[in-house]
Design a protein around this ligand. Sequence first.
Ligand SMILES: Nc1ncnc2c1ncn2[C@@H]1O[C@H](COP(=O)(O)OP(=O)(O)OP(=O)(O)O)[C@@H](O)[C@H]1O
Length: 348
Amino acid sequence: MSLHLTATVADRDVDVSFDVADGCTVALLGPNGSGKSTVLSVVAGILRPDAGRATLDGATLFDLAGGTWTPPHQRGTGLLAQDALLFPHLDVLDNVAFGPRSTGASRARARDTAMTWLRQVDAADLADRRPSALSGGQAQRVAIARALAAEPRLMLLDEPMAALDVTVVPAMRQTLRRVLDGRTAVIVTHDVLDALLLADHVVVMDGGRIVEQGATRDILARPRSTFAAGIAGLNLVRGRAEGSGVRTPGGLLVAGMPDDETVHEGVTAVGVFSPAAVSVHLERPGGSPRNVYAATVRELEPRGSQVRVRTDELAADVTVPVVAELGLAPGVEVFLAVKASEVAIYSA
Ligand SMILES: Nc1ncnc2c1ncn2[C@@H]1O[C@H](COP(=O)(O)OP(=O)(O)OP(=O)(O)O)[C@@H](O)[C@H]1O
């Protein structure tokens, strides 16, 4: 059940092309407005692109040059949105039985199938409730069962946990991990844990374009886009390779450890380093060779025994006593320092 997609939506400035291999889950990541939901809508058949072609396991979902447009209900795709959108007048069992019923199963058989799926998502005990008597998390479990009961060839999930109380998210993520295992799926998410635990591959979008894609662990370990670095919790500076460093468009030379195989003088490259490797000073530090940036503290964020100090472009993790000693607060001017040995430089 592999998906091949190429699509352009001109008025939203979205232009993408990617594949999802059989049985794999791809996470679509990217900042707000980058086009993730647009891509899902195109695949689901809710939105007609201006150009492009998509096939699912060889069947054409659309081919605009050839004039083919398969309507949403004939695509074999199951869409799970942020909100469960259950039929309010049907009880849970009949909500889930809806898919099998509409493909011709008898009432009894459809209800059997529905019960099987409700068990899969740990919601069998809710079978005779009305949607109005469900919590958000319970309703979303039922929505997952309803989508799966229709036996989709491709599952599309648009931030399925974004509307849920944070306390129910870990259990829901476990359920999704179980039911998506071995299925072909695309999940839109902002959460690094969703990417790590649910997706084999990630596709990172920005401004309607794909800026990087690859195996989840590769992208999160060696991000090449600011967005992927952000969700991986890493600092990233971009520029051109120069000597053993990266020269940013602002003229700053960031010294690091270049990956000799990919980094050649002048290529577009990134310098990537952990906030834990960054020290914070009130005076410009001298001494051992280090990269030093002047910056203004924008935000302080507690992280266990550390505090993440965010500036416009970079972040540093320091201890609480350091925050107190330096009097760090939003608006304070600081110098951030990172040793060249802590900066990985690779082509972008
Ligand atoms: N119904 C619509 N009509 C016209 N333009 C739209 C519509 N929905 C979204 N857009 C525009 O299309 C672009 C992509 O939006 P889209 O919702 O696909 O992004 P997204 O990555 O899913 O964002 P988010 O993370 O905020 O949900 C944006 O410029 C947005 O303003």
